[in-house]
Write a protein that binds this ligand. Structure first.
Ligand code: FAD
Ligand code: NAP
Ligand code: SF4
Length: 532
């Protein structure tokens, strides 16, 4: 930026604040962190200027100080200026702690009313808001600033329940907390917490799948566990004009939400679940480090189903004869998937197990592990084997050590030597989440997980897995071969029910197993129930 452009940019910040004030807003937040423009001025990582806006720290912080100063001058004293200050940049040549404290004091003096905490640049290769981060896992950065300034300090990142917010404030780690994603997951978060009904909150599970991943792909943000978020005018429902008797088969994400919304609209809903609990594959997913959060979704839907008066039949595999005899008006098939059993000679060898066996604890993996498949579940299984025994996703101190924040990174010897295989040539994990996939790829890399694409499977025997890759035959020895080879729709009830003249709707994995994820399952379940 030229000198003139810098002046224009500062003026633009001031104008934005004045516009906000004119429109009736009480204040603004100035984004000085996460690697955006102001942050780029502050650190040597990006500020290579040799004029009076670069070089010394005093020069590099002129830009934020001018913005805060002039905004205060223009907006007057009765206007709240929150400055978002990067507490840890998590990139090379970021600010030191001493510089951060110095800047905080200067920002206060320049007229900020409150300092909000920013954590890490988007470019940082340390998780800052993903499931790998423990709840409240960065509150310690704000706590360090207490006493350095006299204006209030807000902390943030991975605060997703009223309890964790309360704990942070009660322990004086910060004066306030800020949240964003939790309000996409549940717009009534504050009201429910204030009413003493925290158990009714639909909790953000930190997946990023429908909010940040959407934003970074040019789509509008919504929420995996609440597809109505940002779609409120397009996806809404009224009481049903003609209440029906509806059977929902399967209490995974698709079936839970369909049953709940249909019953909320006044339909008489019976939910059949073959297992002894609701949740479907979420019960497996929650075994994966970081995905413990999925338990919150099950807690939420358990309450919603009860409140909306759904009749839940657990341990009850629905059979076509029973559904036909019961004369339901509509049947919603949300019966999910069955894991694919690849057609490989020796697939029944005792070393071969399914991802289900390993995640639900029925089988243990040996030292040498092969994972057949390189999709989302394969990476989750690898993570489960590598980190399942650890607590870096639960404990802020262990997280800091594991990711080397402010200290040397601590890593244990991997418990398993893992080889991941896929038939598709090229690198693995390309379809993992835009803002989270790199974390899975980095963890497998650090743990020396071997990944091979372009593989053909020949047979499995006592020697291991026989494969061909690049026209060469190899035998990979293995104590355990875990199948993560995709899934097939479990839609066996469809034809018998249709043949009996019943109205049947397919959602989630039962509708299509390819490219299935919980985002699609929740979305389809919600939209269908809203339309019946
Ligand atoms: P399911 O969850 O498979 O549920 C189907 C239910 O139907 C089951 O409970 C089953 O018991 C029941 N059922 C079947 N037949 C009958 C019958 N005849 N009568 C009664 N009940 C029956 N997705 C994401 O978006 N993000 C993630 O991070 C993620 N992580 C995952 C991690 C793991 C380890 C796994 C296994 C999956 C993960 N998924 C993730 C995928 C996600 O869980 C699925 O996309 C989602 O559960 C599909 O929902 P569904 O309702 O269609 O089916
Ligand atoms: P997936 O991502 O589609 O991966 C399936 C894997 O199986 C692929 O790597 C595929 O590789 C392999 N495969 C397919 N057919 C095979 C065959 N006949 N023999 C051997 N290998 C075969 O599916 P998934 O891992 O089962 O996950 C299911 C769904 O859950 C996915 O859609 C995923 O989005 C979702 N999920 C999401 C997350 C998340 O964090 N967002 C985590 C877990 C699961 P090749 O065909 O190249 O061999
Ligand atoms: Fe939270 Fe996932 Fe919803 Fe984003 S999409 S708000 S991370 S639950």
């Amino acid at each position: 930026l030229s000198e003139i452009e810098i002046e224009e940019t500062i003026n633009a910040y001031v104008t934005a604040a004045l516009t906000a004030k004119k429109a009736g807003y009480d204040g603004v937040e100035i984004m000085g962190s996460e690697g955006y423009l102001i942050n780029q001025f502050i650190v040597r990582h990006t500020n290579k200027r040799t004029d009076s806006w670069g070089g010394t720290f005093e020069n590099r912080i002129r830009f934020p100080l001018e913005i805060v100063n002039r905004t205060r001058e223009a907006a007057g004293e009765d206007f709240c200026i929150i400055y978002r200050l990067s507490m840890v940049d998590l990139v090379d040549e970021g600010s030191s702690w001493e510089e951060t404290v110095f800047l905080a004091k200067q920002i206060e003096e320049a007229g900020a009313s409150v300092i909000n905490t920013g954590i890490g640049w988007h470019e940082a290769r340390i998780p800052t808001i993903a499931q790998a981060v423990p709840r409240g896992g960065f509150a310690w950065t704000t706590a360090r600033m207490i006493g350095e300034v006299s204006i209030p300090l807000i902390t943030t990142n991975r605060i997703n329940t009223p309890e964790i917010a309360e704990q942070i404030i009660a322990s004086r780690q910060a004066d306030m907390v800020s949240m964003a994603r939790p309000f996409l997951a549940d717009p009534d978060f504050i009201q429910k917490a204030a009413d003493g009904h925290a158990e009714r909150i639909n909790t953000c599970i930190a997946c990023n799948q429908a909010c940040l991943d959407h934003i970074f792909q040019g789509q509008s943000a919504t929420c995996l566990v609440n597809p109505r978020a940002a779609n409120e005018t397009l996806l809404s429902w009224q009481p049903a004009i003609i209440p029906k008797r509806i059977a929902v088969v399967g209490a995974g994400p698709a079936g839970m939400v369909a049953a709940s919304v249909a019953a909320e609209r006044g339909h008489d809903v019976t939910l059949y679940e073959a297992a002894d609990r609701i949740g479907g594959q979420f019960n497996l997913a929650r075994q994966v480090p970081g995905k413990e959060e999925f338990a919150e979704t099950l807690r939420y839907f358990s309450g919603e189903l009860e409140r909306n008066g759904v009749t839940i039949k657990l341990n009850t595999p629905a059979r076509s004869d029973d559904l036909i005899t019961a004369e339901f008006d509509d049947v919603i098939l949300a019966s999910g998937i069955t894991p694919r059993l690849p057609d490989i000679e020796g697939i029944n060898h005792p070393s071969v197990i399914s991802y289900i066996d390993i995640l639900n604890g029925d089988r243990q993996a040996g030292g040498n592990v092969i994972i057949i498949g390189g999709g989302g579940i394969a990476f989750d299984v690898a993570l489960f084997l590598l980190e399942g025994h650890g607590t870096s996703h639960l404990d802020a101190d262990v997280f800091r050590q594991a990711w080397g924040i402010g200290e040397d990174r601590h890593s244990d010897q991997p418990r398993h030597q893992i080889t991941m295989l896929q038939r598709t040539p090229g690198s693995m994990g390309k379809r993992l989440g835009k803002t989270t996939g790199w974390i899975h790829r980095l963890i497998t890399k650090r743990n020396n997980v071997k990944q091979m694409g372009g593989v053909s499977y020949h047979k499995i025997d006592d020697g291991g897995l026989h494969i061909e890759v690049n026209d060469t035959f190899q035998i990979i020895p293995a104590d355990t071969i875990i199948l993560c080879a995709g899934q097939l729709s479990n839609d066996g009830l469809l034809l018998p029910l249709q043949n009996a003249g019943m109205t049947v709707h397919l959602i989630g994995g039962a509708k299509a197993a390819g490219e299935l994820d919980a985002k699609r399952a929740f979305d389809e379940g919600t939209r269908l129930a809203a339309s019946l």
